[in-house]
Design a protein around this ligand. Sequence first.
Ligand SMILES: *[C@@H]1O[C@H](CO)[C@@H](O)[C@H](O)[C@H]1NC(C)=O
Length: 288
Amino acid sequence: MASLSRFHKIALISLGAVGGGFVYYNINSINNENEKKFNAYNSWTTNYTPSVKWDTNWDHRAPESLVRVKRDTEADDNKINEKLEAAKSRAIRHLILIRHGQYHVDKPSDKERILTDLGRVQADLTGKRLASLGIKWDLLVRSTMTRAQETASIIARHLDPQIPTKDCQLLEEGAPIPPEPPVGHWKPEKSQFFQDNARIEAAFRKYFHRAPPEQEKDSYTLLVCHANVIRFFVCKALQFPPEGWLRISLNHGSITWISINPNGSVILRSLGDTGHMDPEFITSRNVK
Ligand SMILES: *[C@@H]1O[C@H](CO)[C@@H](O)[C@H](O)[C@H]1NC(C)=O
């Protein structure tokens, strides 16, 4: 937020035509005192202040935050503008997050915690659904846990075998942050949160960011991972309080779709969607 002194002029113009709303022009200069920008904002109440402002540079890729040049002359201004232009994102990054299918939780090791028959059906249905979207996938990333690997390989049978595929340990299931409100039946050790938070946060920073300037076309990345990880990502990406992640429920094999625009704005297009499954195949709890 620019300091008040940078707002050269604020004019409030009442528009009776839009139901008593206001349009105000905020004339400020971000990079160049001579190049004034005119922004018009609509406000539907006269005194509404957001409780938390959207952080436009949440991924540290806003061009203005990347370009640092000494500005003395007009030539410097031109150089700055060129660098700003070169640092600009141009394409949308679509991240499609899949929760693994239902699995057996009663086994001691991850290797033995394989999908149930129903879990395999769910993965298959989700694979068909993803194939039917007709998307050219840029990357398939799989959590290294067995249930995610199985789910991803069932899904991959429906997709182009040429899709670049990666395994990622950062995406493994865990305890991202103590939930608020706390829940009685799930109380990991504090040390578990301490470890997992850093890892899952690292995963978030790895995959959630606007497209790099050299990316010309919109990209579609498929991430097959886990409910806690996906729920935490959704809260983080939307800049909602991350401790609210456990208020969200995700079905097995569900599709969560987040798009990151070139200006860093984020859209949640679907959350835990299993509309492609008949009701008898839909589950969210695992089998003991
Ligand atoms: C950011 O980009 C999106 C999509 O292009 C657009 O809808 C939105 O209005 C933009 N937001 C701002 C603050 O410019």
